[in-house]
Design a protein around this ligand. Sequence first.
Ligand code: SF4
Ligand code: SF4
Length: 424
Amino acid sequence: MFKFSEVSDMCIKCGKCIPGCTIHRVNPDEATSPRGFLDILKGVDEGEIEIDKNLKDTVESCFLCNQCVEVCPNSLPTDFMIENARAKVAEKFGIAWWKRAFFFMLKHRWAYDLVSKLGFYFQTCGFKIEEEKKSIRSRFNLPMLKKGRLLPAFRKKSFLKKYPERIPAKNAQKRVAIFIGCLANYNYVEVGDSLVEILKFLNIDIFIPKKQACCGAPAYFTGDFKTTEELIKRNIEYFESFIDEVDAILVPEATCTAMLKKDYEEYIKHYMPEWLDRHKKIKSKIFGTTEWLYKYTDLEKRLEEIKKSDKKVTYHDACHFGKVFNIRAEPRNLISKNYIINEMEDSNVCCGFGGITMQSEKFDLARKEGLIKAEMIKKVDAEIVSAECSACRMQITEHLDKVGDNKLFKHPLELIAEVIKDNS
Ligand code: SF4
Ligand code: SF4
């Protein structure tokens, strides 16, 4: 197991990580700050702090937003520390049955397909459908389904079922694979639809690898390392079977991209180093969608030739693109060709999604941060809020509803595909 004190000892206590820390903003206490987490986990290593319910509560309160890692002068991996601490906590206390059931679905596509199908047909019974927001409003009072909450609706056909494995383009110069991510596969299907439309517009060959598994982020962030490792191995082995045939694997989700590139690497380095070279080869071809479209295609130029829309957009930087890869300019450079971008006060402030535990047992914390973000978005003169992340979409949609703002959420790919369609 990873040794916490190796990282904690490198902390120079400068405090640079504290002002922007998401949990510290909603719970201002040294114990729930990056520096505090590092100290506490050193105490665990040295046997001074017990792995008890108190520690569980503390380490589960981190949003894993990566702000601390981005600003730390020593780039200390506080997020990796927290993930490892959660694994220790999970070893001692186990993982709630309903989270284990969810991770089972992540490992078995047939099970997720089945739940999604049943969800589609029965969601009309217990929920109110809000078509425009692609959401359902809960009428129950269960862990993640608190009454009145807006949750992503299931769709009749998942993205992976909707399209053939290969969508060839005539005389294509490039060929890409799509890794869709679970939320865009089952709930926000228009994200994948839009990506397909944009790639067709650019005359790029499309490969949709049907056996792709969940990236494993929900399990990893919960400390379920067994599920994480199984999904890492499955995805790497599968990607190896087609990696030489494609120029890139495109991922329209910030969290999945960070998981596949950065988190896999960190985990592999510590727990399965013999896989490092295999991962390195795959990692070099994995890209977030707007980053790749901006850097490796002429999409920006092509969009310049298309009529401008008079719609105003405000752009939220998903933590796993902004803070992890500094991908901030790329989506804006593309969207601004056809839309007016009005910036919010601080687009880098985390939306407060935080993961499955934060969205259930710790929803009070997600609520506090979600309201801060939603109030910020509400102040902007715009009809649309956009971010390259479906988890942000879920959290922002829920909290805009709470603050009574009717801005619609659209993924940058949806915005781009819409102007392409309107001008074709
Ligand atoms: S990952 Fe985010 S919430 Fe967690 S300690 Fe770092 S800055 Fe704070
Ligand atoms: S920024 Fe880094 S070195 Fe400074 S207190 Fe935070 S974790 Fe420690």
